[in-house]
Design a protein around this ligand. Structure first.
Ligand SMILES: Cc1cc2nc3c(=O)[nH]c(=O)nc-3n(C[C@H](O)[C@H](O)[C@H](O)COP(=O)(O)OP(=O)(O)OC[C@H]3O[C@@H](n4cnc5c(N)ncnc54)[C@H](O)[C@@H]3O)c2cc1C
Length: 381
């Protein structure tokens, strides 16, 4: 096996083990309590999942996007809330790793890699989610620092992070060319955490409002130059959407695994000479999940190979929306197959169905992903 394949297999083995032995026994309680699990943070940090995309020179693992997807998929088979932790850590880190100054990287990345610090990605605002080009959180340069005012909402890990990657506008009239990112440290005066959302799915992740009230941020905490924020954000999301697709694949696969185990215990399959209707339904699910998996790993591979002349954003968008729509379908049908039993918390299927719904919405809704594909098709590349 070549070294890259070997590295990916090592990550798969590790994530499978952690998923099965550590995450699975806690998944139902994490969901029922709707609480963020620091135990999971500790365990994931210990195994390197939370420093996966950080370059080696800053203490990270320098993993690739395919490994990122593999880890997320394996963990999501048992618990999507836990898998999301790995995604958000990478999403918060990527703008810094891709576009931060050396000084900023030295300040942030080793802390995340070695001290188990958490970072979040703050883009969405109460008025602007899909229309990210219109964000209103404003950063005004005053001397050697910026004064930032605004409000971010639905921020994963917003209430538990050490660092906040925050997107602002430095020139509102320039729309995407006016967007600028900053890293703000927890405890900075003016930065506070507002409402923590109570959600139907992915309940174990912390989803918070982040309030920026006259926050003073030194120029050295700006990510790259003024106006490159949109580019950094898009490069980040193009890399993270395959992982969100992988999360959906994991959730759907987890539902299928459960159905097979449940069906075998109740002789759903074995007594018939021809495959039973239940088994045929599971076969249909499996084919759709394999199709999702194929597109997810194809988009990850494009990122890893830094494919030139290929519209990678289109494949990332397809991976995210196709896999999460399939996860929604598979988990809904899985609940149906267990009839009223499927609705109860005695089985993980209703949790998986609620989690799949959230995956269709975050990291850009599935409608927006379709719009990305449409836009790319019309541009002819
Ligand atoms: C659990 C969870 C975690 C999240 N974590 C984060 C995070 O860490 N950081 C962060 O910045 N954000 C986060 N979000 C926010 C998320 O990315 C946004 O909810 C999402 O981008 C949609 O924005 P919105 O909710 O404002 O919906 P809106 O943009 O108001 O859209 C409302 C509806 O209109 C549709 N719509 C809007 N525009 C179009 C269009 N042009 N064409 C077709 N349909 C359209 C949308 O698809 C949607 O159905 C999170 C959300 C959730 C649910």
């Amino acid at each position: 096996m070549d070294p890259v394949e070997q590295m990916r297999e090592n990550w798969r083995r590790k994530a499978k083990e952690v998923g099965k032995n550590f995450v699975a026994p806690r998944a139902s309680e994490i969901d029922a309590r709707g609480e963020f699990s620091w135990e999971i943070v500790e365990e994931f940090a210990r195994h390197g999942f939370l420093r996966l995309l950080i370059p080696k020179q800053y203490g990270g693992e320098e993993g690739d996007i395919t490994s990122f997807c593999i880890i997320v998929e394996e963990l999501a088979r048992y618990c999507a809330s836990s898998a999301l932790l790995v995604v958000v850590q990478a999403v918060g880190t990527m703008p810094v790793a891709l576009g931060g100054s050396e000084e900023l990287k030295e300040r942030v990345l080793p802390h995340l890699a070695k001290k188990k610090g958490l970072i979040c990605f703050c883009l969405t605002e109460p008025e602007f989610g899909s229309d990210a080009a219109s964000i209103r959180t404003k950063a005004i340069l005053e001397g050697d620092s910026y004064r930032i005012n605004g409000r971010k909402c639905f921020i994963t890990n917003g209430g538990v992070s050490d660092f906040y990657t925050v997107f602002t506008t430095t020139q509102p009239d320039r729309r995407i060319e006016g967007i600028t990112g900053f890293v703000i440290e927890k405890g900075t005066p003016g930065l506070s955490v507002g409402k923590i959302e109570e959600k139907m799915g992915i309940r174990g992740s912390n989803t918070a409002e982040v309030i920026l009230d006259d926050v003073r941020v030194p120029i050295r905490q700006r990510i790259g130059e003024e106006g490159v924020g949109w580019w950094l954000m898009m490069r980040t999301l193009n890399r993270s959407r395959p992982a969100i697709g992988a999360m959906a694949v994991g959730v759907a696969q987890g539902a299928i695994d459960y159905l097979i185990q449940y069906g075998q215990q109740r002789d759903w399959f074995v007594k018939k000479e021809v495959p039973s209707p239940s088994l045929l339904e599971i076969v249909e699910m499996m084919v759709e999940v394999e199709a999702s998996r194929a597109i997810v790993y194809k988009s990850a591979q494009m990122m890893d190979e830094k494919a030139k002349g290929i519209p990678v954003q289109m494949f990332s968008a397809m991976a995210k929306y196709f896999a999460s729509d399939i996860a929604m379908k598979v988990t809904t049908n899985a609940v149906q197959m267990l009839h009223w039993e499927g609705l109860t918390a005695r089985h993980p299927l209703e949790r998986m169905m609620r989690d799949a719904k959230v995956i269709q919405i975050f990291e850009g809704t599935n409608q927006i992903q379709r719009a990305v594909v449409a836009h790319t098709l019309l541009k002819g590349k």
